[in-house]
Structures are given as structure tokens and as C-alpha cells.
Design a protein. Structure first.
Length: 434
């Protein structure tokens, strides 16, 4: 559209992702103009240390974020990360009617409601595809393509670092510590990997996924979280022996209560065994994949690179194009959908299955004593495998679905039986018929 007023963009942050955003805006300028219907013009880039960003035009760099956000830009793109000051900057932009594109999962997992309310008050757009699973088109299908369907479950691998570590342990038989060290050496893990290996990163993403899938506000504080540091080489070997592998999963699902009970949702992040025949079992290295189940659409899987400068920048640019198009035609993107307001069920009430490995005395009656504890807690056993040795034996039990609290209580009591020498490992099981 000749003569169309440019869409002016402010970029906050110019690290790995921000640098790629600048490159794509520059390299694809003509194509973006054609796709948007107007030129997309980078008006400024806010950074802390301009002298460290020689790869971008110096005249675009500024340390005055407030002045850039308050200038006559149309869209603010944020790739800084963290809660503050990003929250303050984006609220200021939305309150002024400027649309926002962000990749900030931590901020969205805590304050998406506040940001949406600010956007609604001025008619601005809020897009955040890059906040979960990098380049994988996932949030937009949940938010738009499946808006006419009823999503029942979202389960996936949403952290590349932990998947790289668990994949390495599975393929080499190595332990957690040495595989983490290798992941750090290769650049797949940060010097401080806490956010990844302790599940904080995945929990933020699970909160976003659950909010979109179930039309309810879910924050990171609502998400039950376990990391992978306790996963041992023995756990991995046990999973292999049962035709399974171990993955750190983000699981969001609708849970129906008893008759007349209120429907709720379960949102959790933890390691779990899944069958090697499950689509997620074949996701190796630092890749991400999310398995979605809906009433009408059935089962779908979204797979691809979940992190990295270029993949994440691709998702940011996709959002930027959508927002810019809305500006050109005076349209609006989708708003927050939180009408359902479903409560988040405590982890103790969530339906789960367990794989339990016990070191027991090798004598008659052991299995019956252990089984009696399961019956006492109303937990059904799905499979049992026992291997005898000279004076002791290994007993592996896989349960049917029960509440997590019932399963925990069962394991605690079993650990106190005289015939049980040690509860070797306990891990949840997912991806199988219950």
C-alpha cells in the first residue's frame, strides 16, 4: 500500500533473541511490508550498555527505556525477561494504547490478567507466542484455532535443557550430575541451571498453557512443581526395562469430580515415565513437543525447536506481523478468555499413577503384605514384577490411577514394613491407559 504510514516498533532488549529480531526485521523488510500492508520500522532499541551492541545501528540504541516506550511508537516488543522492570514498561505501553509483543513467560505466568486488563482498557493487543516452546506455533492454535473446541488435556516437553539431560541419561546410561555437566559444556544448560532443572521454567509455561486451554486464570504459584535432580541412572534403567523413558512433563488437564462436584483443572510439572510408543518419547535433545487432546479435534502434537535466538525471534516476528496488521486495518486481536474460572485442584487430589521400586526380603508373604497396604489405601495395582536374589529381592509395582495423596500415603506406609528394606524409587507414570 504505497504511502501507508509505517508501523513504528520499539524493541526492549537486544540479547540473543533481540539481535535476531533486528536481523529479521532488516533482512525481511520488503516481505514484511507486503505481509503487513505497511512498512515495519524499528524506531529504537533499549539496552543497558550500548557499546556492547556493535552489531546493530548505533543511532537506534538508547538506555532511556521510558522515553522510548512513551515515544510515538505503535508496538513495543519486549525480550528482556524477568518480572520487573518489564512489567512496569509493558503496563505503561498498554495504558498508552500501544500494542505489546512479549516473550516473557515469567511475567505472563504471574501478571497476564493485569496485562490483559490494561490492553482491554485501551484496545491494544497483547501477543506472546514466543513465551512457550520457542518457534513452535502452539499458543495461537490454543487461543484461536481451537477456540471452538473443548480441550481436555495438554501434556508436553517444554524445556529443552531438561530434555537434553534426560535424553542423554537414557542414551548413555550416565548419571544426572555428569550429564548436566556435559549439557553445560555444550551450552544447552546455563551456568546456573536452577530455573530449568528445578522446573521453574516449565511451571511458568504450564501456567500459560492451562490459562489458554481452559479459559481460566492460572499462575505459576498454582502449578505443582518437581525438577529432575532426583532422577537417577537406576530410574532410567528401570524405565527402559518396562519399555518406557523418562521425561520432564508439563501436564494440564480437566478433572471431573464426583457426581455434582465442580469440574477443576490439574496443572503440574514433574518427571514421569512414558511408553516408548508415545509420540513424546521420540522427542530427543533440546527439542520441545506438546501433545494436545480435544473433544472434536482429537489428538494433536506440536513439535520443533523450543529455544534459541532464531527460533524464538521467528515467533516474535509472527506476533509482530499480526499486531501490525491489526494496526493497519484498525482491528483487534483476541482478548483474554477467562470466563470458565475453573479452580486448580491441589496436587494431592490430582489423579496420577506410580511406578514404585522396592528392595524387599526374599521370602514368602512379602507380596501379600505389600498388596494389603495398597488395598488399605484403595489403590489398585496394574502390574507387578519381582526378581529374587540371594537374601533379598527387587519388587516393581505400577499402579492404576488414584489420587496423588493416596499414592504418597501408600508409599510412606510400605516403607515402614519390616519386609521392605528400601523404597528405591518412586516415579509417576503418564501416557498410558489407566
Amino acid at each position: 500500500m504505497p504511502g501507508q504510514k509505517p508501523i513504528k516498533v520499539a524493541l526492549l532488549g537486544c540479547g540473543t533473541v533481540g539481535t535476531e529480531v533486528v536481523r529479521l526485521l532488516t533482512d525481511q523488510a520488503a516481505d514484511l511490508t507486503a505481509r503487513v500492508g505497511a512498512p515495519v520500522e524499528l524506531a529504537g532499541i533499549a539496552v543497558r550498555k550500548p557499546n556492547k551492541h556493535r552489531e546493530v545501528p548505533a543511532e537506534l540504541l538508547t538506555t532511556d527505556v521510558d522515553a522510548l516506550v512513551e515515544s510515538d511508537v505503535d508496538v513495543v516488543v519486549e525480550v528482556v525477561g524477568g518480572i520487573e522492570p518489564a512489567r512496569t514498561w509493558l503496563l505503561k505501553a498498554l495504558t498508552a494504547g500501544k500494542s505489546v509483543v512479549t516473550a516473557n513467560k515469567a511475567l505472563l505466568a504471574e501478571y497476564s490478567g493485569e496485562l490483559f486488563e490494561a490492553a482491554d482498557a485501551t484496545g491494544a493487543d497483547l501477543y506472546f507466542e514466543a513465551a512457550v516452546a520457542g518457534a513452535i506455533p502452539l499458543l495461537r492454535p490454543l487461543r484461536e484455532s481451537l477456540a471452538g473446541d473443548r480441550i481436555t488435556r495438554v501434556m508436553g516437553i517444554v524445556n529443552g535443557t531438561t530434555n537434553f539431560i534426560l535424553s542423554g541419561m537414557d542414551s548413555t546410561g550416565a548419571g544426572y550430575a555428569e550429564t548436566l555437566e556435559e549439557a553445560t559444556r555444550l551450552g544447552y544448560a546455563e551456568a546456573d541451571p536452577t530455573a530449568d532443572v528445578d522446573g521453574f521454567d516449565a511451571a511458568s509455561k504450564a501456567a500459560i498453557l492451562a490459562s489458554l486451554a481452559f479459559h481460566s486464570r492460572v499462575t505459576a504459584a498454582d502449578v505443582y512443581r518437581e525438577g529432575i535432580a532426583s532422577v537417577s541412572a537406576a530410574d532410567i534403567a528401570a524405565a527402559k526395562g518396562l519399555g518406557r523413558t523418562v521425561k520432564l512433563l508439563a501436564i494440564c488437564e480437566r478433572v471431573s469430580g464426583a457426581e455434582h462436584a465442580e469440574e477443576s483443572i490439574s496443572v503440574r510439572v514433574h518427571p514421569a515415565m512414558i511408553p516408548r510408543t508415545h509420540p513424546l518419547a521420540g522427542v530427543h535433545g533440546a527439542f520441545n513437543a506438546v501433545f494436545v487432546e480435544a473433544d472434536a479435534a482429537g489428538e494433536m502434537m506440536f513439535y520443533g525447536k523450543g529455544a534459541g535466538g532464531a527460533p524464538t525471534a521467528s515467533a516474535v516476528l509472527g506476533d509482530l506481523v499480526a499486531v501490525a496488521r491489526n494496526r493497519v486495518v484498525s482491528g483487534r486481536g483476541p482478548r483474554e478468555s477467562a470466563y470458565a474460572g475453573l479452580p486448580v485442584r491441589p496436587m494431592g487430589q490430582a489423579p496420577t499413577r506410580y511406578h514404585i521400586s522396592l528392595d524387599v526380603a526374599d521370602r514368602p508373604g512379602v507380596l501379600s503384605q505389600v498388596a494389603a497396604v495398597f488395598a488399605e489405601h484403595d489403590v489398585s495395582i496394574a502390574a507387578v514384577r519381582q526378581e529374587g536374589r540371594v537374601d533379598d529381592a527387587s519388587l516393581v509395582i505400577v499402579t492404576h490411577a488414584a489420587t496423588d495423596a493416596a499414592l504418597r500415603s501408600t508409599v510412606d506406609k510400605i516403607g515402614g514394613l519390616p519386609v521392605v528394606r528400601e523404597v528405591v524409587s518412586v516415579m509417576r507414570v503418564e501416557g498410558e491407559e489407566t
